[in-house]
Design a protein around this ligand. Structure first.
Ligand SMILES: [Mg+2]
Length: 187
């Protein structure tokens, strides 16, 4: 198998699952059916940094959720797919939309519904508490758990591999919209 770092160098789009990946997989359900999930602020910051580095972020969720929709809006994620039974469909749409090869795509997931796309991408990453089968097929296994910084850890690994930090920090410093960026980071 190729070196993880070499694989991470090619990445231009990071796709992630929601439940158990961007969230910790737990949810609170109210009697009226509304569901609340919890996210990690560090994951959000990582997503903003990836954006500053010119890397696209997409979310593909098997479920539908107003909470996740709102979080995706807040993080300025353009490509948010929800209620998706077969994740290869939006995956192929994204390849076409951004004219990317599979090698240029990373996927972060935690469970069996992610396996098919994870087997297709150039860099597959499992959260620390992913299902063992998912860990087995991944190029990278995060130490951190889903919804507890795993997404940040994977994004950091990709940004490290691509040596993106100097450009991110200079953008943070020079941007007239620094307040806007910080607002996003702190949200
Ligand atoms: Mg999941």
């Amino acid at each position: 198998m190729m070196d993880q770092k070499e694989l991470a160098k090619n990445i231009k789009l990071i796709i992630m699952d929601v439940d158990g990946t961007l969230s910790d997989g737990r949810f609170f359900m109210f009697p009226n059916g509304d569901v609340v999930k919890s996210f990690d602020v560090k994951d959000g910051t990582g997503i903003v940094f990836a954006g500053l580095a010119g890397i696209k972020i997409a979310i593909i969720s098997g479920k539908t959720s107003k909470t996740v929709q709102k979080r995706a809006e807040e993080l300025h994620i353009d490509d948010y797919y929800e209620g998706i039974a077969n994740k290869t469909v939006p995956f192929n749409e994204l390849l076409e939309k951004y004219s990317l090869t599979k090698e240029e795509v990373a996927y972060i997931g935690d469970d069996i519904g992610d396996a098919e796309v994870m087997g297709m991408v150039g860099f597959s990453a499992a959260v620390g508490d992913a299902h063992p089968l998912i860990k087995r097929i991944s190029h990278y296994i995060a130490k951190r758990y889903g919804g507890r910084g795993a997404v940040r850890e994977v994004i950091d690994f990709i940004l490290d591999a691509q040596e993106k930090w100097p450009s991110i920090f200079s953008k943070l410093k020079s941007s007239e919209d620094v307040d806007e960026i910080l607002k996003k980071i702190n949200s």
